[in-house]
Design a protein around this ligand. Sequence first.
Ligand code: 5AD
Ligand code: FES
Length: 351
Amino acid sequence: MTEKLELIRRLKDEHDLSDSELKKLIESPEPDADLFRAADELRRSIYGEDVYIRGIVEFTNFCKNNCYYCGIRRDNRRVERYRLTDDQILQCCEAGYSLGYRTFVLQGGEDPYYTDDRICGLLEKIRAAYPDCAITLSIGEKSRESYQKYFDAGADRYLLRHETADDALYRRWHPEEMDLSNRKRCLFDLKEIGYQVGAGFMVGAPYQTTEHLIADLRFLQELDPDMIGIGPFIHHVDTPFGDQQSGSLEMTLRMLSILRLLFPDALIPSTTALGTIDPQGREKGFQAGANVVMPNITPANVRELYLLYDEKICTGEDAFQCRGCLEGRVFGAGYRMVVSRGDRIRQGTAK
Ligand code: 5AD
Ligand code: FES
């Protein structure tokens, strides 16, 4: 057995490796077919062929933050800003529900217009109308008190990528006023409150090394999130990182498989960013271990205003078209989309 095969086998059986072994796997120049196969086998042993779907509503592109990589950063004056009303958001949920979605993800920039009272009012309406659905929030860093209020108003899950677990790298990606320790604090608060929590990071973003990626894996082991979202960094012309090279499909898929082997029962999406860097990116993501997809249910007329990076896909389609498109892609890759909340299937043996 080659050294790489042996590492894959051990990672699949033991769900861990040393830093130097992870480094070998991450930097290996050999093809990844065996790695993908191992990840897919493990995923199928827990989730079968099922791919869970979450309808995502991008309800505001206002953001008070200024992350150097993100297209909706505060200083990007070239974006036309929009906010959706409660009624518009509820209409998105209605369309999503009829398409079979049983999880709604409300994602937005950090927009002070949506006070805790407004968010809670919205959550209560969605909760009352869709008692059988999960509600996921993805609205950034808040106080523990705010997170508790959203939870009490009906939110079940929260997505907040840590972006990078390395302090120095975090500094290079964000302005002074943001810091990694607060982001980590948010994630642990969310877990303690009782949310199903999603963290994650970008792959191939400026200045990122293998050591940084290993730090991300170690941080995730400490947090033990229910969901892990990763995608390639893709530059956006109107940001300070506009001239930087984007991350690669290959490295993103490799990290996806490693995540599956480290976290056998995690919910791992095949992301829109993956579908943006390669026309078959999402299919390849499923085959490398992903088991979730997040079709866009944002109203078609504002979709192209929520551009975190260049060339984002699905901006010309509506909810119905994305549903059909994805169904075909999931099936074509060898899996099936299921109508369910898509909760994590916890494994006793998983780390
Ligand atoms: N390229 C890829 N992903 C990005 N995100 C933000 N900007 C970019 C970009 N330029 C990701 C971040 C964020 C998520 C909503 O989108 O990881 O947490
Ligand atoms: Fe939106 Fe394919 S998923 S067009």
